[in-house]
Ligand binder design. Structure first.
Ligand code: NCD
Length: 310
């Protein structure tokens, strides 16, 4: 029985969730969308804190919108400068304090492992909204929900990832989940930005079928059902020069999509720089803004589940 099993739980990595629990969250997201006004009772009297030490548009605002949509309240900060962190307060003390004010905490921090560390000090569930170049489990859950909405299934899909595989945390969580559902994967990344060894080891352990290219190989593009594009993660580079060298390695535009299946779904966690040309936006293939909406709906399911209200 899964219902209730999320109550009070931290969501740090998708590896914390069984396949059954992932599918349960997809069903829950659908169920909440069908509740109409009744959804406003799900978080009534509850407070979400959003603690963002790193910039964010979609993740923070969709957490906040999700909480409002299920009748809850929100407090928090969106930059370290406006909190006592700027006075030298530790992560532990900040979390210990905020967990006295909020029933659930969504956080983003530049350091890998920060959300896990925070969970050790928190009296409320911690939801990882991105820890450095490491993990981004709620983005992945939104991406999985998007695939169900747009493709109706995960099994048997062929998925490509394009961009910065090394520092792209959205890829690290998504690829590891897709491997568990038998999805075949192709990674296209500039030299030196390929998937980190812990992700590769995880995929191998799960006997995933995957291949890696440094070019956007047209024959590999041809068979894909979904292409997940990411930006080169500038803020994680040690030198500006190195970033500039990698920056515009690939650009997806209408012309390139002529080599792909008619119903290729193009996703992107956003923000985009120049890796998807805006001429793609008007095509039905461009799923990235729908993906942002599904991310919001999934976060409603995650918050309601961790609060034990559904
Ligand atoms: C991503 C992130 O922050 O990791 N964005 C997001 O959460 N939707 C991707 C990125 O910053 O490139």
């Amino acid at each position: 029985m899964i219902m209730g099993s999320f109550t009070g739980r931290h969501i740090i990595d998708t590896a914390d969730l069984s396949n059954e629990e992932i599918l349960y969250l997809v069903d829950t997201a659908n169920a909440i969308q069908n509740m109409g006004e009744k959804a406003l009772d799900l978080a009534r009297g509850k407070t979400l804190a959003t603690l963002f030490w790193e910039p964010s548009t979609r993740t923070r605002l969709s957490f906040e919108a999700a909480m409002f949509n299920i009748g809850g309240q929100v407090l928090g900060f969106s930059e370290a400068q406006s909190s006592s962190v700027s006075k030298g307060e530790t992560l532990a003390d900040t979390i210990k304090t905020v967990s006295q004010y909020a029933d659930i905490i969504a956080m983003r921090h530049p350091m890998e492992g920060s959300a896990l560390a925070a969970s050790h000090f928190s009296d409320s569930p911690i939801i990882n909204g991105g820890d450095g170049a490491h993990l981004h489990p709620t983005q992945t859950m939104g991406d999985i929900y998007t695939l169900f909405k747009e493709k109706g299934r995960l099994e048997g899909l062929k998925v490509g990832f394009l961009g910065d595989m090394l520092f792209g945390r959205t890829i690290h969580t998504l690829a590891r989940v897709l491997a568990r559902f038998g999805v075949e994967m192709t990674f296209f990344s500039p030299e030196g930005l390929n998937i980190p060894s812990y992700v590769r080891a995880d995929l191998e352990e799960k006997n995933a079928t995957f291949s890696e290219f440094t070019d956007l190989e047209p024959t590999a593009l041809k068979d894909l059902d979904m292409l997940y594009v990411t930006r080169i993660q500038k803020e994680r580079f040690f030198s500006e020069e190195e970033y500039l060298r990698k920056k515009n390695s690939y650009v997806i535009n209408r012309k390139i999509l002529e080599n792909a299946k008619n119903d290729l779904l193009v996703l992107h966690p956003l923000p985009r720089n120049e890796e998807i040309s805006t001429d793609v936006d008007a095509l039905p293939n461009a799923g990235y803004f729908r993906q942002a909406k599904y991310g919001l709906q999934m976060r409603m399911a995650i918050i309601a589940s961790c609060l034990g209200r559904i």
